[in-house]
Design a protein around this ligand. Structure first.
Ligand code: ASP
Length: 338
């Protein structure tokens, strides 16, 4: 069994500086710590460590970094991968990797830490150990995230806490497994999970990620149509509206819905997401949501915001038209929606 570990940056290996924590330049010390950890891991597992040329705070990650990780995975054939990543945008990266690797069941486990590896009481060792364990079992399939004792479906995950050692959750699905003695696996994974799409994917080998102009726009009570219009001028390539509840908007504000209808008419995908962490967006439930459906917007169903954003960037990177993108937003590529 060969596990390739790819270190990309993040708090897990950061060092203090006058400007606060920064990606550690002394990656030799980090690699040495990692080596000791691996020595405790089961014999017979060949664990190899590599790092990206530039370590980053994941708040600086872009779709080009998602692609760098994908390329690093392709360049190092292994039975499983562990990606050490900053927590801030780990769920975006997990979703992005899952789309690009749809249909590929090789485990890719992302993990990180709330505290640097050498800080007292750090969660780094526990998280990395758990991620290696998840990578080392035949029950794990596709892109997952391991954090705070839980193995989670990567494209269902979201960062729920900037403080807690259980910093991630999958609000709409159960954890795949909970660490313990022994690990407890969810019933659904008694049959191995599949990273495959329920329908054939039309893009073959996916084109690489590129940066795209996708806006995430939060609604708030009293937002005017003038403000909405200004925020959307010039228009983006795609828009995610973080609406209220099941996908409702201030439909009584004159012209508000028309601004969105004009984008849809210009073949720009407008996806309605929710400000609720647990939500199944249903545009038919209220008049304030139905108007969005009538305008040509699509709901994000039970996808997380991270999965919705990464999916739009993925589909735009495949060169799909607005109509095709709208249709894929309501269908599962690799288990990101129910
Ligand atoms: N800012 C850090 C990052 O995302 C936070 C962390 O890793 O916990 O890289």
């Amino acid at each position: 069994m060969r596990i390739q570990v790819i270190y990309t940056g993040g708090t897990i290996g950061m060092e203090p500086s006058a400007q606060g924590l920064v990606p550690g330049e002394n990656s030799a010390a980090f690699a040495a710590w990692f080596g000791e950890l691996c020595a405790e891991f089961s014999a017979g597992t060949d664990i190899r460590f590599s790092r990206l040329p530039t370590l980053i705070d994941s708040s600086n990650a872009t779709p080009l970094d998602w692609q760098r990780i994908l390329d690093a995975i392709s360049a190092a054939p292994a039975d499983a991968y562990v990606v050490l990543h900053g927590t801030d945008t780990m769920s975006y990266t997990a979703a992005a990797l899952s789309y690009a690797r749809a249909g590929n069941d090789t485990p890719v486990i992302l993990t990180g830490a709330q505290l640097p590896y050498n800080a007292p009481g750090s969660d780094a060792g526990k998280n990395v150990f758990g991620a290696l364990k998840a990578a080392n079992t035949s029950r794990t399939r596709g892109v997952c995230l391991y954090f705070g004792n839980c193995l989670l479906a990567g494209n269902r995950s979201t960062k729920i806490s900037s403080m807690g050692f259980d910093g991630f959750d999958t609000p709409l699905v159960y954890p795949l497994a909970t660490a313990g003695v022994p690990w407890r696996w969810a019933e659904s994974t008694a049959k191995p999970l599949s990273a495959s799409s329920p329908v054939p994917l039309p893009w073959g080998k996916p084109a690489p990620y590129r940066c795209h102009d996708v806006i995430i726009l939060d609604l708030a009570p009293g937002m005017s149509v003038q403000r909405l219009q200004k925020m959307l001028t010039p228009p983006p390539e795609a828009l995610i509206i973080r609406a209220f509840g099941v996908g409702n908007c201030p439909s009584a504000e004159p012209g508000f819905v028309q601004v969105l209808a004009d984008l849809c008419a210009a073949d720009i995908p407008v996806v309605v997401s929710s400000q609720c962490q647990s939500a199944d967006v249903t545009l038919k439930a209220y008049e304030t949501g139905q108007v969005l459906a009538n305008a040509g917007c699509v709901g994000s169903a039970d996808m997380t915001l991270e999965a919705t954003y990464a999916k739009l960037v993925f589909l735009l990177s495949q060169g799909l038209s607005g109509r095709e993108i709208r249709s894929w937003m309501t269908r599962s590529v690799c288990g990101e929606l129910s």
